[in-house]
Write a protein that binds this ligand. Structure first.
Ligand code: PLP
Length: 486
């Protein structure tokens, strides 16, 4: 028997026990030696586990129960938008006409799938205020890199090869400077002012004719709306640079404000966040990129076009940066995002934004008396607390995160953004009820009290999980990825 609070038993094999029964062969048996070189043929049968179907099922169910997911509990991981993924998305993604087609099929046999992709692009164009969208990039960071490669191609085509610098605010998501570096640019950090927004004076000293682009997410990773966005875009455009929108935070502004109207030249979206593609555990994601007209020639090829004869892929793109992904993107995630957009409708998407912002502000104000709140203004879809008060009492943000596990909650993002000491970044999302938000706040308030009265219980947490405090550095540096029989 598996017990929830006991380590899992992996040695379940018993000689002779079987969990399968194959039907008789209905094709002639093949002599392997005619197909494979003898060095590749096993001399002895592989030592595979022998286990009944029921025990196997229980094993995997027990393993899956140990995962924390949105379907099992609150997941307020800031910057990650761990919102509920409606099950209608799954039903539609499983339609045989979507699930059983192959990307190498002739275009005329998959017109429905192409129409869905085209339509999704049109919706994303409308939502972002851009002129064209590609669905190819596999996730957010890949979208960032794709857009930066287009910006690079644009500057090179204009003979502006001296534009080697990409400006990135110090509150940016780590993928921004990483993507800029991989795209061959040098990154220049722009400071955050005391109000949590881009420091305009610092920005002005850093722009010049070597500026290729500024990367910005709005709201920024402190959950604050960059109120000076129009001026920021003007500053960059005045020196000939492009303004890039990291759209991972679109959940805060969708259907209310559009990057294209804020002066941005290109944007990536995380369909696996805002548009309810499932994520966590490694993907797959989808990171479409939208661009304004002057970047269209550089879009990855092929570009999906609508013609009188139907939908087609256009490969005749002389200025393209090339393909960025085999085939045409992660189609299954795009089907889910399309289903979400169509099932919500424009008013539904607007309500998403409003509720995401209200939920975050509600929690922020409930927690404000108990934790340091570095930026006092209203937030958008997420907010950042500082554990600096607790740190003075010997309790670190990491301890608070671990203590939350005792109550069955996934902790918020910790130690990010880097410009807040002992950061605790909370993104509740719009899909949670007031009861859940209150329960979570009550527990965080309890932990703040424990920190004052009985800090050891927080410092030594977690107490109720199968494994207590892990040495995370050791686990990262020396991962044990293979199961070896005892
Ligand atoms: C603000 C921001 N930008 C970019 C990314 C990168 O997206 P992805 O993980 O899909 O590569 C994330 C992911 O969390 C993010 O929060």
């Amino acid at each position: 028997m598996h017990k929830d609070n006991q380590p899992l038993v992996f040695e379940l094999s018993r000689e002779g026990r079987i969990g399968y029964s194959l039907t008789d062969l209905d094709v002639p048996e093949v002599d392997l030696s005619e197909l494979l070189p003898s060095s590749l043929i096993r001399e002895e049968a592989a030592e595979l586990p022998e286990i009944s179907e029921l025990d196997l099922m229980r094993h995997y169910t027990a393993l899956s129960n140990r995962n924390h997911g949105v379907d099992s509990g609150f997941y307020p991981l800031g910057s990650c938008t761990m919102k509920y993924n409606p099950k209608i998305n799954e039903s539609v993604a499983r339609f045989p006409g979507f699930a059983h087609i192959h990307p190498l099929q002739a275009e005329e046999t998959v017109q429905g799938a192409l129409e869905l992709m085209y339509d999704l692009q049109e919706h994303l164009i409308e939502i972002t205020g851009m002129d064209e969208v590609t669905l190819q990039p596999a996730a957010g960071a890949h979208g960032e890199w794709t857009a930066l490669m287009m910006i690079r191609a644009f500057h090179e085509a204009n003979g502006d090869t001296q534009r080697t610098k990409v400006l990135v605010p110090d509150s940016a998501h780590g993928t921004n400077p990483a993507s800029a570096t991989v795209a061959g640019f040098d990154t220049v950090t722009v400071k955050t002012a005391s109000n949590g927004l881009v420091d305009l004076e610092d920005l002005k000293t850093k722009v010049g004719d070597d500026t290729a682009a500024l990367m910005l997410t709005n709201p920024n990773t402190l959950g604050l709306f960059e109120e000076d966005i129009l001026e920021i875009a003007d500053i960059i455009h005045a020196v000939g640079g492009k303004v890039y929108y990291d759209g991972a935070n679109l959940n805060a502004v969708m259907s209310k404000a559009r990057p294209g109207d804020m002066g941005f030249d290109c944007v990536h979206l995380n369909l696996h966040k805002t548009f309810t593609g499932p994520h966590g555990g490694g993907g797959p994601g989808s990171g479409p990129v939208g661009v304004k007209a002057d970047l269209i020639p550089y879009l990855p090829k092929p570009v999906l076009v609508k013609t009188e004869e139907g939908f087609k892929f256009d490969y005749d793109r002389p200025h393209t940066i090339g393909r960025v992904k085999p085939y045409y993107g992660n189609f299954g995630i795009n089907v889910r995002a399309y289903t979400y957009i169509r099932s919500m409708g424009p008013d539904g998407l607007k309500a998403v934004t409003e509720n995401a912002v209200i939920n975050a502000n509600y929690m922020m104000r409930r927690l404000e008396p108990h934790f340091e709140l570095p930026f006092k203004q209203h937030c958008k879809h997420e907010f950042v607390l500082s554990g600096s008060r607790q740190k003075k009492l010997g309790v670190r943000t990491l301890d608070i995160a671990k203590r939350l596990l005792d109550f069955g909650y996934h902790p918020p993002t910790t130690y990010f953004p880097l410009n807040v000491e002992e950061a605790l970044m909370i993104e509740p999302t719009e899909t949670e009820s007031k009861e859940t938000l209150d329960e979570f706040c009550d527990i965080l308030i309890q932990i703040a009290k424990e920190t004052e009265e009985n800090p050891e219980i927080v410092q030594e947490a977690p107490h109720t999980t199968v494994i207590n405090r892990l040495d995370e550095t050791l686990a990262a540096r020396n991962p044990v990825l293979r199961y070896t029989k005892a």
